[in-house]
Structures are given as structure tokens and as C-alpha cells.
Design a protein around this ligand. Sequence first.
Ligand code: MN
Length: 235
Amino acid sequence: MKTVVPAWDLPAVPVEGTEARFPVRHVYCVGRNYAEHAAEMGGDATKEPPFFFMKAADTILPVARGEVGRMAYPQATKSLHHEVELVVAIGERGADFDAPDALRHVFGYAVGLDMTRRDLQAAAKESRRPWDMGKSFAQAAPIGPIHPVSAGGHRSRGAITLDVNGVRRQAGDLRDMIWDVAHTLAFLSKLCELEPGDLVYTGTPAGVAAVVAGDRLDARVVGLAPLVLDIVRRA
Ligand code: MN
């Protein structure tokens, strides 16, 4: 295809056990999905349906197994927060499905970070304006390798943690998600048709906090390849 400006590479994530990659179409994220995190953000999410926001597909920062990713500290913020999350990779198209039918749409799972310019998000909330500038910016969605369901099955329990410079900042269990993967996908499918290539960041446990250039983040979900990331000064 001829293009009138230089074209870019298709955003894509490494997949365990194959050289082939997972091409990224949409990046959906769930708001408050762990009760303790909802509380720290000043709400009680336990009785509400999940809500969603998006990041641009080219904000993913894929990090291969055994590699250390490098995220440049973004512009326009003084409060870059980490949110460790289980990421669901969609492999099969579907809309308007219910939770019992949801998991067949899943290709696999990965560890992700929903990096957030918290000061911009807070200002947007305060003025009842959109969150986009707090959530969707360069390298805002680091993600480790995707583990296919065909190899490792589905993920509904187990530790989810984030260490910064070797110190534990976030710790939870996938069991503590207010809406599990199946219910989350069912809700989302009633808003948007899910398509192969979609990623769904499923929310973060308590303990979100700021990072600075020089910090090393180590994000883990038991059974998945860890996601290790250095925050570096923006060139
Ligand atoms: Mn999040």
C-alpha cells in the first residue's frame, strides 16, 4: 500500500511458544475492579457494573520474556502511576454475549501495566472531562508475552504483584476481582463488538503509586512471564 505519510509498524505483542505475534487492534481497560483499589480512589465499586476506557493501540510497549523494557517518563505529568493488571487477549470475534459464553473468545493472557498520568486524570475527573490524556499517551500500556489459553488455560486465581526497586507496592489475587474475566468481557461485549487483536486490561489491586526515572518495575501474575520495566528520562 502506498501511503501519503510514512506508515508505522502494526503494534504487536510476543506470544509464548511461537515466533508469531499478536497484532493489537483495540486496547480496552476496566476501571475500578478490585474493591480495595476502588476504595483508595475514593469510591465503592462493589455494587456497580464495570466501566471502561481505552488507550490507543500504538501506546502498547511490548516487552519480551527475559528483556527489560524501557519506558520514557512521559511529558506533561508530575505523577506517573503504576497499575499492574491481568491482560486478556481476544482471539475470537463476538458481541452481546453472556458470561458463560465469554471465555471462548479469549486467545490468551499477559501481565500488563496501565500506566497513568494521575495528575491529569485527577484534573479531568475534577472538571468532569474525559480521562484520555491521563490514560492514553506514549508507552502507556506496557505488556509482557501473551500465554495462549491452548497452552496454559484460563486465569481466575493467583497472586498479582508489583515491585518497584525490589519493594512490594501492589499485591492482590485475581480471585479478588469484582468482575471476573468472563463477566468483564460479557459487559464489554454489550458495548462494543470484541475483535481478534483486542486487549482488555482488567483492573488493578490496591497500592497504586508514583514512579520516577531510574525506577525498575517488576510486574507479575502467577504462572505468566513477568513484565520488567525501567523508567528512563525522556530524550
Ligand atoms: Mn487500570
